[in-house]
Design a binder for this molecule. Structure first.
Ligand code: FES
Ligand SMILES: [Fe+2]
Length: 341
């Protein structure tokens, strides 16, 4: 699998709201170190995380009000990235500045626009469930020591759940049911409709033990968002119907390290902490299994020759369509370079 260059003109889930406060936090996004903090009024700020003077990480400096003071020679930058002060100098040089990134905070997530700030329209953020009254959600983060594309393709080919997650959400009905793949202008969708099947083990924790009709729709929204829309309706009366959306925010940190911010939103049992706990524990267990598999894949890719041949099967259609879309977007950006900001 080739390395696909980063797509920068996009919103990336940078952090959960509770992770950013009055301490300096560094996160890499698309190969760029970025320092995050909150102003005194609570608004989140993201600045390029490397001091332009001598490359000291700004996250090792300190906050002075809303400004950030480099911990090496004390040059100070404002929330807009402009230099506010050079110790011992009368004037702050205009060229001494760092890039400020557009942010949008909603539903407990802080989104960062990594490209040309002119394109930073929050309406383009696909996520629409978190923080809305009709839904409740659990969430978490995993770190993948591997390229983002591995995770995208894992999420777009859910036949793997039968083999990687047999104790929770997988059983043979998933792998044996054919997929319908649609390549739409702005998304790739893989739909699997499973009729009258045995429920997977995790669903028993939600009180669904009769046979079910199960729907599983994997949607890729380029460049790095995948949604799993799922339902499980019992074929017999007296059992709850599960309806949930798994929001997979895939944020490439570097070419071989990826931040995976995930959430499971549901529109049933909104106030039931036991259901939330089962989703939290079950999801974290499942995603640990994915991360372990993808880490093994990345380690293997690193050691194989670049011309190693990969063979695909018809079930890979959605994953391959997603790969093609990312490559097209990356190529488009390389023809029209992103402004420095
Ligand atoms: S490296 Fe930041 S002030 Fe010198
Ligand atoms: Fe998985």
């Amino acid at each position: 699998m080739e390395q696909i260059p980063f797509v920068r003109n996009a919103w990336y889930a940078a952090a959960w709201s509770e992770e950013i406060g009055r301490d300096l936090v560094e996160r890499w996004i698309c190969g760029v170190p970025i320092v995050f903090y909150r102003r005194e009024d609570g608004t989140a700020v993201a600045l390029e995380g490397t001091c332009p003077h001598r490359q000291y990480p700004l996250a090792l400096g300190r906050l002075k009000g809303d400004h950030i003071e480099c911990g090496y020679h004390g040059i100070t930058f404002g929330c807009d990235g402009a230099c506010a002060r050079v110790p011992g100098e009368q004037r702050a040089p205009a060229a001494m500045r760092v890039r400020a990134f557009p942010l949008h905070e909603r539903g407990g997530l802080i989104w960062l626009y990594a490209g040309d700030p002119g394109g930073a329209d929050p309406a383009k953020i696909t996520e629409q469930w978190l923080g809305t009254p009709a839904w409740t959600a659990v969430h978490g983060t995993k770190i993948l020591e591997g390229r983002a594309q591995l995770l995208i393709e894992n999420l777009m080919d859910l036949s793997h759940v039968a083999f990687l997650h047999p104790e929770t959400i997988g059983n043979s009905s998933v792998a044996e049911t054919p997929i319908v793949t649609e390549v739409l202008p702005d998304c790739v969708r893989a739909t699997r409709l499973m009729k009258n099947i045995q429920p997977p083990a995790l669903f028993a924790k939600f009180g669904v033990s009769a046979r079910i009709d199960r729907t599983q729709i994997a949607e890729f929204h380029p460049p790095y968002m995948v949604l799993t829309r799922a339902t499980a309706a019992s074929t017999e009366p007296g059992y709850p119907t599960l309806n949930f959306v798994v929001i997979h925010c895939v944020t490439p940190e570097t070419a071989t390290r990826t931040r995976y911010n995930w959430a499971v939103a549901r529109d049933y049992a909104l106030d039931d902490p036991a259901v939330s706990e089962a989703w939290q524990t079950g999801s974290s267990w499942i995603f640990d299994q994915d991360v372990a598999a993808l880490n093994a894949q990345e380690a293997r890719l690193q050691r194989l020759p670049a011309d190693h041949i990969e063979l695909s099967i018809p079930g890979d259609a959605a994953a391959l369509a997603a790969r093609k879309l990312v490559k097209q977007l990356a190529a488009l950006e390389r023809r029209a370079p992103v402004a420095a900001g």
